[in-house]
Design a protein around this ligand. Sequence first.
Ligand SMILES: Cc1cc2nc3c(=O)[nH]c(=O)nc-3n(C[C@H](O)[C@H](O)[C@H](O)COP(=O)(O)OP(=O)(O)OC[C@H]3O[C@@H](n4cnc5c(N)ncnc54)[C@H](O)[C@@H]3O)c2cc1C
Length: 838
Amino acid sequence: MDGSGSAHGAASAAPPARADVVIVGGGIVGCSIAYHLAALGIRDVVLLERRQLTCGTTWHAAGLVPQLRATRNLSDLARYTSELFATLEHETGQATGFRRNGSVAVALNAERFEELRRSASAARSFGIEAAVLSPREVRDRHPLVDLTGVVGGLWTPNDGQTNPVDTTLALARGARARGVRILEGYAVDRILAEAGRARGVAWRFEGRDGAASGADQGTIAAGTVVLAAGMWSAALARPLGIRLALQAAEHFYVVTEAIGGLPRNLPTLRVPDEWAYYKEDAGKLLVGAFEPVAKPWGLAGIPRDFCFDSLPDDVDHFQPVLERAVERVPVLARTGIATWFNGPESFTPDDRYLLGETAEVRDLFVACGFNSIGIQSSGGAGKVLAEWIRDRRVPMDLPDVEVRRMHPVQGTRAYLADRTRESLGLLYAMHWPHRQPETARGVRRTAFHDRLVAAGACMGELGGWERANWYAPAGVEPRYEYTYGRQNWFEHSAAECRAVRDAVALFDQSSMAKFRVQGPDARAVLDRLSTASMDVAPGRIVYTQWLNPMGGIEADLTITRLADDDFLVVTSAGSQVRDLAWLREGIPPQSRCVVTDVTAGLPMLGLMGPRSRELLGQLSGDPFDDRDFPFGTSKEVEIGCAVVRASRITYVGERGWELYIPADVALHVYERIVAAGAAFGLAHAGFHAMNACRTEKGYRHWGHDIGVEDTPIEAGLGFTCAWDKPSGFVGREALRAVRARGVPTRRLVQVRVEDPRALLFHDEPILLDGRVVGIVSSGAYGHRLDASLGMGWLRMDEPITRELLREQRFEVEVAGSAVPATLQLEPFYDPGGLRVKG
Ligand SMILES: Cc1cc2nc3c(=O)[nH]c(=O)nc-3n(C[C@H](O)[C@H](O)[C@H](O)COP(=O)(O)OP(=O)(O)OC[C@H]3O[C@@H](n4cnc5c(N)ncnc54)[C@H](O)[C@@H]3O)c2cc1C
């Protein structure tokens, strides 16, 4: 059969020839997307499930529905899920089993307790109820727990639990009631794509039990395809050249026999230091785990016929969890285990799910890789994805889960097989600041990698890149020792910052993403996308944002005009895939404009500090003085035998140059710099030092300080806008409306806490008279100022002016303690920019 497909059974149940949206996969996530599309009025939706709803991973989930996640928006989505679950039964008439029992997390050491206290503070800024507990209060909340070693706990009363199967059926029922067609027994064989856009799906009827011959086949043409096929998603995406970064792993729990007198409203207990959670389950206890070394599964592919299946028990693997569990919850020692359960779930390299339109194929959206929080995420993810599909843009800041954050190397089988051993356990591992993964390392190495290691670099990982975060002096091992206080690299990084301030430091910034934009229409394309004007002379560097039509910041980058028809766009390493896609999507059809990603072929070194001028002058023989080489300009210079592009710009707030070096001469240039640098006090410096310096200088970071919900006006970046340029720019009208409202009442501000021991990381609440009025977006210790600093978003009832900030007495809550803080609009370091431009 072809085209409209076959009528293998009742005609009404056959897939239609076309639909607005086709969803692949009938787990809780696919059903939630269907439900939310329909709620938005998008009802020409078909959901195809290859066997039966919930038969993949959803049916065996433990069903925990907590609210508190790592960021405000992810918490908002999780909270929305629980609010939806609380009303779904009433709305649809389908029981869900949802109830709010609350949960108790306990800490077995001081650092974990600090983590819980920091979580409580973050909860406060997210508007989620949470209370820190003493050991006795832990026991009051959860009578079964043994308090040996318990330092304290955290109580989140609105956490819930649900029956995943019934809840999925309720979502499906709600979707159907609004017209969505949900068809079971239909497997999608292929996603159809043409000219870089999804065009529909090809299906095959296999039957709800898989017994059908598969001879009935057809296609559905659709404007939007949504891939919500759980652990099967990667295989469906691969033929389109998309490497989705998810991998199945074995995931375990046990369920006891009935325990007499177990209260139905027993809160969930989490003991992350013992990797375990405990949940009341129909009069029994369910004990599950997020163990630190996991077992990837289905490395050779996920079986097609998997349906309500489980994986073989592995008692040895679960034993270490159980041994601790019987001590922690002693009733287990007297109770038999009725069920050993092992089921597959998909995990991603950073333990965050994958959501949104793919960079490779437009109109193809994904929602998968849920890292064992797919039930609690389903409502929020479904809602947000439905809005995304309707508006064709992300409706809120979601950099942590956008599928475009992942880099192609992270979707390779080898990377995933290795990383998944580690990523399953991350949910309960210590969420240390600056924590680096231990698996799947050494994948993307810069041209300088081995030299930096020899110089003492301690590498971190970002998007597969190995990046020097700090340098260990001779005799010190380049290894992290994590803590919530000052970590072991604090003093070494401080020394690097002093070199930046007093002499010159070398940063390997090769991981920055670089795109060449060329052609007769290159300027027009970039002008339309950028807030700043591109109508500048060749050799000028322009700092700009790219906005969405609402005026929200989609990208924050620099663009250098190399020639009339040739530009170099530079953005952060993490934004490589996302910004490249935004750029390509922003090229109107028929434009004579070509974009090439030149990241890998163009290593980059930053030479930053007051003596950079002398060093470069000596190395090159070309003039680097202010008259010949002013700030914001770029030109080719010679260093040794290499021709290098030097750009006078900085992310650390000192005089400095970024050197863009062809890969073949990269080591030659490095060697020349290092050899000559000794006389100028040259030091190697890493990304921790860079982060400290940029925080002192108030340089924003997309994905942390600014994002799609923030306009340049509120972010203090209005100066980049060329309001009257003839091309206009995407977002200008929306931005004009923001500007017309006058001084904003929501504003990005610089933060200094008066106690230098109180370190800021992110999401600490900003208080005024004890009320939450803002939230820290990023933090770092500023070594040039010897102060604990951050940036944050403030929301007030009145315009946020310098005077207001000066007059009010703000505080920042750090791990439960309110610390006095100074807030201001200007950077704390060199507010006049004299050190940069001098
Ligand atoms: C032991 C365990 C405990 C868990 N506990 C919790 C918990 O307490 N809380 C929580 O939030 N999460 C929990 N989870 C995670 C949760 O179960 C998952 O994140 C969630 O079910 C994922 O839903 P999904 O819809 O993405 O995937 P799935 O449920 O796997 O749905 C995908 C569907 O796509 C279908 N499909 C696949 N290929 C095709 C195709 N070609 N054509 C058509 N259909 C196709 C499959 O048949 C399947 O039904 C747990 C997971 C496990 C394994």
